[in-house]
Write a new protein. Structure first.
Length: 209
């Protein structure tokens, strides 16, 4: 079994990428976000264009990420539960790889597999690219591309998420844990899911499967 989790707003209480954009984007990134929410651009296009507005250094971004991030209660319990039962716990996120890996490393969870946007720091802004399982750049369908791979490899997939983009892997998964925007999307699409407030709820839900 694979436990496929989102990161921003799922393993953390707030969206780290939004905090970074608020602090450093040199432009109206929220206008782009509205276009994404109105389905006028993909989440990949949104992140690529929004983070191109960021000229700050890696160290500056990590400083703000560490100051603002609060991990959702129960994360270590969830990771330990998965390890004890031989479940493969991993992160598939539309966020940026460098801060996700660094935040997890800071709390001693640096061994978690992370699939996220690859980030290159340049004087002209951050270059963000989503690389799919086959090694090619993807403009859309990043999360579900990995879900499809895991299912093809013979895994049952449990999806944990909080945002609208998580509906795509959730629709493919055998079990879904949802909060916030994903919970709303599941209700709208009549997709079976279990709500959660913290990650201890997810552990209890996994025990009941």
């Amino acid at each position: 079994m694979i436990i496929q989790s989102d990161f921003d707003g799922t393993l953390t209480e707030e969206d780290v990428s939004f905090a970074l954009l608020d602090a450093f984007a040199q432009g109206d990134w929220r206008k782009l976000y509205q276009q994404y929410r109105q389905s006028k651009m993909t989440v990949g296009d949104f992140n690529t264009k929004a983070f191109a507005m960021v000229k700050a250094s890696r160290d500056e971004l990590l400083r703000v990420a560490r100051e603002d991030v609060k991990l959702r209660e129960g994360l270590r319990n969830l990771v330990n539960y998965c390890q004890d039962r031989g479940f493969r716990f991993l992160v598939v996120s539309n966020g940026l790889d460098f801060y996700i890996k660094e935040i997890l490393e800071d709390v001693g969870l640096g061994n978690i597999e992370v699939y996220a946007a690859q980030t290159k720091f340049t004087p002209d802004g951050l270059e963000v690219q989503y690389i799919g399982p086959e090694g090619t750049a993807l403009k859309k369908g990043f999360k579900e591309a990995y879900t499809k791979l895991f299912i093809k490899q013979g895994y049952q997939v449990v999806c944990i998420g909080n945002g609208p983009s998580d509906i795509f892997p959730a629709a493919l998964a055998q079990h879904v844990f949802a909060c916030d925007g994903l919970l709303d999307a599941c209700k709208e699409k009549k997709l079976k899911c279990k709500p959660f407030d913290d990650l201890n709820d997810v552990v209890r839900g996994l025990e009941a499967l």
